[in-house]
Design a protein around this ligand. Structure first.
Ligand code: PRP
Ligand code: MN
Ligand code: MG
Length: 187
């Protein structure tokens, strides 16, 4: 079984991702440097795990790290549109600056739900840092909270992408690059 041979093309190489992650880390460092409270970096499990791990090492500030899980896709390729929090935060985000870390923003359902949740928990600002944004698929408009910022690595074409955290049926997450799956693999 070779994951690489299931790929139609590579969109972003390991090197390109690494360079962009370094830039995003610098932007976040610059923006949050004047803050007295440490931002809380919240990874959206499972997809954000690799991006978060690389990103936090490029943020040169004290930060805390937590994870939350929202389920909306199951193992298929189409969102069922009803996100549900199935694994909750450990850290109390009340009065904190939260940075939600995502691998991809697709319909916007997941972030809409999580931003709302962070707001209800009393976060003083909610920012989003996503590796990929697929604007062609947006269904739900979400608004950041307070002075929250939106950081995005790359704009993603409307194709079925996997790798660097992104899965198809829970596989391909461990590929070091992001690529497009051959249609015969998911059909
Ligand atoms: C994927 C992706 C985002 C979300 C984006 O997660 O990692 O979290 O979908 O889609 P949306 O904007 O339409 O909500 P998924 O639910 O597949 O779970 P996973 O991270 O465990 O793969
Ligand atoms: Mn996810
Ligand atoms: Mg998924």
């Amino acid at each position: 079984m070779d994951l690489n041979s299931d790929m139609e093309k590579i969109l972003w190489t390991e090197q390109q991702i690494s360079e962009r992650v370094t830039e995003l880390g610098s932007e976040i460092t610059r923006h949050f440097k004047p803050e007295t409270a440490s931002p809380v970096i919240v990874g959206v499990a499972t997809g954000a795990f690799l991006f978060l791990a690389d990103l936090v090492r490029k943020i040169h500030l004290p930060v805390t790290v937590d994870f939350i899980r929202v389920e909306s896709y199951g193992s298929g390729t189409v969102s069922n549109g009803q996100p549900r929090i199935s694994f909750d935060l450990k850290i109390d985000v009340r009065g904190k600056h939260v940075i939600l870390v995502e691998d991809i923003v697709d319909t916007g359902n997941t972030l809409y739900c999580l931003i709302d949740y962070m707001k209800s928990k009393g976060a003083s600002s909610v920012s989003v840092c996503t590796l990929l944004d697929k604007p062609a698929r947006r269904k739900v408009h979400f608004e950041l909270v307070g002075e929250g910022k939106y950081y995005c690595g790359f704009e993603c074409p409307d194709e079925f992408v996997v790798g660097y955290g992104l899965d198809f049926a829970e596989l391909y997450r461990n590929l070091p690059y992001v690529g497009v799956l051959k249609p015969e693999v998911y059909k």
